[in-house]
Design a protein around this ligand. Structure first.
Ligand code: FES
Length: 115
């Protein structure tokens, strides 16, 4: 994918520290998370059952803001790399989405759709 395929989704100020928000990017639901001052993006797609992670809008983090969590069966994912640390998909990972910070804007691209 070339960098030209990215699109602006929000301002860096729209995602608070240690939190995450969902954006629709074309036909993909993308979760943008800010953790430890860095932004990361993943498909809103749990590797356990291939369904959305959240029940409530923009509720993706655990209470301490340390992990992304799947509301369905409680899997915990590292915000930095999407790796599942605990839960039924332990050892698997969220699907990373290309993300660039350009000035004050967050741009994301397309991920390869999971199999
Ligand atoms: S669907 Fe996410 S942990 Fe089961």
């Amino acid at each position: 994918m070339s960098g030209d395929d990215l699109q602006a989704v929000c301002s860096v100020h729209d995602v608070a520290d240690e939190s995450a928000r969902e954006f629709q990017v074309g036909d993909q639901a993308v979760v943008v998370v800010k953790f430890d001052g860095q932004f990361h993006a993943y498909l809103n797609w749990c590797p356990h059952l291939g369904i959305e992670l959240n029940f409530m809008p923009d509720q993706f983090m655990d209470d301490e803001g340390r992990f992304l969590v799947c509301a369905n069966h409680g899997a915990l994912f590292e915000p930095e790399n999407g790796h599942c640390l605990s839960g039924p998909c332990s050892g698997d990972a969220l699907t990373a989405v290309p993300l660039e910070v350009r000035g004050e804007e967050i741009w994301v691209g397309r991920a390869e759709a999971p199999a």
